[in-house]
Design a binder for this molecule. Structure first.
Ligand code: F6P
Length: 360
């Protein structure tokens, strides 16, 4: 391939720039190709916003958070948000293939980006995918880059909450991101030694969570650390959450599952309960040294090799410690959730962590 496009789609994830750098350097240095970056993900393909990427452009960005290209989690050429959700994919294809004369496009993104990449491949643009999301929930890859960084930030938060929880004999709740998956809460919870980990994959029984807090108090450990994934739900799901909102003296204060949980526990315990929502802090800043930086660099170099070999319609993946590729079509619009027999769930249970359910 002589000319290759690259874009970052969906929410940002620490390591995006490391991938952009690796893809660009590898294509230019090893293959003598030219690289063009689309601005703001698929929006750039529709709006004809792109810029050439030289070795100089990607120099010094390995450690930078965010993405130098910009991203958008709304822009979809097949239902374009700025044109009444019209299908403008033909324009995007024309721009990429005919105007920019690209031989292939590398799309760095999550399940939504892979779904668009799959359709663009069908529409005639050779695509290669790179798996990105702090949520770690993409199918057929053991890891996505950005996850390790998010876990490190959440773990540090748990460490810090521990000392204040101990001092005040409080129940402290930390809410992590992760959307429909509990990977961040699970790994940070284990790394930070949380007493309770609540994930979307297992509906929690509030009575069980309260029992754990009380048992710790009675046993002389007068504090409890609860790590809850943003997607976690009590038994009864939305209905139960609506009930908590209806019972709340100040529903506006609830804001997220950590607020729901705070109210549920406050009603049941004598200890004071406090909550912290970590939010986008988990997505900002430099990728971890060295895990996410090395993973992102290896992913980028592998993506460049797939392009060079003409292996299109494939997404880079890591399975059992080896780099490989999987069909983008198989990854599109799907999620890999935590299963109750996951090794990290077993590790958590082995050290006495509760998942807020009687039997896992
Ligand atoms: O998918 C990454 C993620 O950070 C999720 O963990 C979270 O639910 C979502 O994106 C937040 O999206 P936004 O940045 O649009 O608020």
């Amino acid at each position: 391939p002589r000319r290759v496009g690259i874009l970052t789609g969906g929410g940002d994830s620490p390591g995006l720039n490391a991938v952009i750098r690796a893809v660009t350097k590898s294509l230019i240095l090893d293959r003598g190709a030219e690289v063009v970056g689309f601005v703001d993900g698929f929006a750039g393909m529709v709006e004809k916003q792109s810029r050439p990427l030289s070795l100089r452009d990607v120099s010094g960005i390995l450690t930078l958070g965010g993405t130098i290209l910009g991203t958008s989690n709304k822009a979809n050429p097949f239902a374009y948000h700025l044109r009444g959700n019209a299908d403008v994919s033909a324009e995007a294809v024309r721009y990429a293939r005919d105007e920019l004369r690209l031989d292939a496009v590398v799309a760095i993104g999550g399940d939504g980006t892979m779904s668009i990449a799959h359709r663009l491949q069908q529409a005639g643009i050779p695509m290669v995918g790179v798996p990105k999301t702090i949520d770690n929930d993409l199918m057929y890859t053991d890891r996505t880059f950005g996850f390790d960084t998010a876990v490190a930030i959440a773990t540090e938060a748990i460490d810090r909450l521990h000392t204040t929880a101990q001092s005040h004999h409080r129940v402290m709740i930390l809410e992590t991101m992760g959307r429909y998956a509990g990977w961040i809460a699970l790994y940070a919870g284990v790394a930070g030694g949380a007493d309770v980990i609540l994930i979307p994959e297992m509906e929690y029984d509030i009575e069980e969570v309260a029992r754990v807090c009380r048992a710790r108090e009675q046993g002389g450990q007068r504090y409890t650390l609860v790590c809850v994934a943003e997607g976690a739900k009590p038994i009864g799901g939305q209905h139960a959450i609506r009930q908590v909102v209806a019972d709340s003296p100040d529903p506006l204060r609830l804001g997220g599952i950590c607020g729901v949980l705070e109210q549920q526990l406050t009603q049941r315990l004598t200890s004071e309960v406090r909550r912290t929502m970590l939010g986008h802090v988990q997505r900002g800043g430099t990728p971890t040294h060295a895990f996410d930086r090395t993973l992102a660099t290896a992913f980028g170099a592998y993506a460049a090799a797939l392009v060079a070999d003409g292996q299109y319609g494939r997404m880079v993946a890591t399975q059992g410690g080896r780099l490989t590729s999987v069909a983008i079509a198989d990854v599109a619009n799907r999620q890999r959730l935590v299963s109750s027999d996951a090794p990290m769930v077993a590790a958590a249970l082995a050290v006495g962590t509760s998942f807020g359910v009687k039997d896992v």
